[in-house]
Design a protein around this ligand. Sequence first.
Ligand code: ADP
Ligand code: TMP
Ligand code: MG
Length: 209
Amino acid sequence: MIINNYIVFEGIDGAGTTTQIKLLAERFPKENVFTTAEPTGSETGKFLRRMLKGEFSVDERTASYLFAADRCEHIYGKCGIIEQTQNGKTVLSDRYFFSSLAYQSVTCGKELPELLNSPFPLPELLFYFKIDPEKSLKRVLSRGGNIEIYEKLDFQKKTAEAYDEVIKLYDGTEKGRGMTVITVDAEKSIEEIAEFIWNCVKNLPIHKA
Ligand code: ADP
Ligand code: TMP
Ligand code: MG
């Protein structure tokens, strides 16, 4: 199943998804857009954010279940993605299940994340931010603040490879049918990327709910 008017941004840490989602949202009239992210602001999401900061650890399989549970509420819960699109909004999400397929495949293998995430609907449009992990990690480090558990070069390199594989599975394939996948050269300037994304989005046939 496809969720119309649902646009997802994906990429390794520091690829620039948060920067670009804000810029894209500004192009829409406020009442027509809903910007969101995973992990979400729910109790499950907050728990995951603390785990990402390294405050405590859980078994990697447990983390996979928690990301999927947070996502389930994000899609189907009250004021969630489906409800927002039904209210006529274009939903922009900073990460979705492709993050689990990439990151959690590195931490606990492909099988569990695939199992947990295969029931979820596809977005209409997926932007995949592709960047050399050395460059993105430099951005993360220069952003300041605390470093999260996955923000290490070795891990980011493996995740970048896993993402490439995941995107291949969905781009123009039966599995990804109905979803448009657009790879973004995330090494370009913020302004160039914003323009590229807007050119893709403004030409989309926006389906009315
Ligand atoms: P992400 O959400 O993908 O982890 P951010 O959008 O938070 O990444 O960006 C990480 C850092 O890199 C921020 O300091 C941001 O200002 C900077 N940044 C984002 N996009 C670019 C870009 N295209 N070129 C240079 N720096 C960028
Ligand atoms: P971000 O808010 O900077 O995007 O950070 C979220 C972190 O959580 C990032 O390192 C990716 C990770 N993550 C997963 O490992 N699996 C997931 O399913 C999601 C949504 C995020
Ligand atoms: Mg971010």
